[in-house]
Design a protein around this ligand. Sequence first.
Ligand SMILES: [Zn+2]
Length: 401
Amino acid sequence: MSNKNFMSAFEQYNKSHEQKKRVSGEDLLKKYFQIKEGVQRIRLMPPLSGEEYFEKAKFHMVRETAYNRATGKTYLGWKKHYCSASNDPKVEKVDANGDLVLDKDNNPVKVRPHCPLCAEKDRILATQDQSLVRKKEVELTTQAQKIGYAKNKEIFKEAMQFTPKDYFLLRVVDLDKISDGVKIWQFPYRIDKQGVHDYFMTAIGRFHKEFPDSDWTSISDGCTFELKNVEATTKSGHQTTKLQVIYGDSKLSPVTLDEILNKKLAEDTTKWSDLHKKKVRAKITHEQYLERVITKTNPYYDNDQKKWVFPDPKDADLQSNANNRSDDDLTESSSNGNQESSMTQAVVANEMENTNTQPDMDSLTPEQVSSMPTISESTNSGTSESGNIDFSDDEVDDLPF
Ligand SMILES: [Zn+2]
């Protein structure tokens, strides 16, 4: 084998090894920035090529049966779901037979990718009396119109629960945990201008006034931000942490004095979309899961039984498959004679596919992160559209499990 061939084989070996590299659930959790009681000091990282300082994306926030890490019990709570229709590029439209739909110039017609929750919103809205949709209340003349108008309002309210909400996604470094690398902080857009983004705008505005030629995200000469957080109780009695204010340092500084660490951060390409690949839960696709969210039959993790549960009897086949480990997992745990406990061990091993590929969320169960603090977005509650959903009233589960 020539030296060149050997090098090529060596590279291939390294590459295949790289692909099989597994990332632990713990490592994944490190990528989520969470506010904690007291003071936190952070840096905002420069945007990646083609990205904004404050990236934006849409997520659905829906109420569903979920797992509460703090109590170890299932509960009815708010969960956040990636919206493919809003965030993914358009796809070629196909008809009922699976054939491409072409426009008059014979080019494929492009449409938004299918999102079950957006489709449900559209389905509900289509049941409105269309003749009254654009009318104002003062324009209604008959009693029948007034009744129809009131009904339309109810239908609109029902549809809005399936409307995706705007979120900001920010690349940050927690100065108390620099070795974790770049983390993603996600917070909702607030119509009342009392959200995290608004606090940042005030702090950045001050920084810009003082250092008009400086970039607050500069790793060598940027701004350190201080977050003040307080403990608070939500309307429903949950303990939570609230962000009170963000201050920007009135001097320029490097992220750390450690040059090697700064270089590492500069090369860190962690981006929000890495954390928001479509999730696979209980061995069903993101879309299949969302279809069940609509009918309130989504699978959930039952900590008492230590398994995924499908509430709909029609999902019997999925139920029987949901808790089967893959061959890989069984091999991994075969040294333990007790199947049940070895499966738990496999779970505790926190292993999942490298995030370069779609993470197999199935290999993570909520119990793995039971020690993690509950994430709340109470300070970021509210919604950009309907204005009548207050997430602060309950726990918002923000993690991908
Ligand atoms: Zn959607």
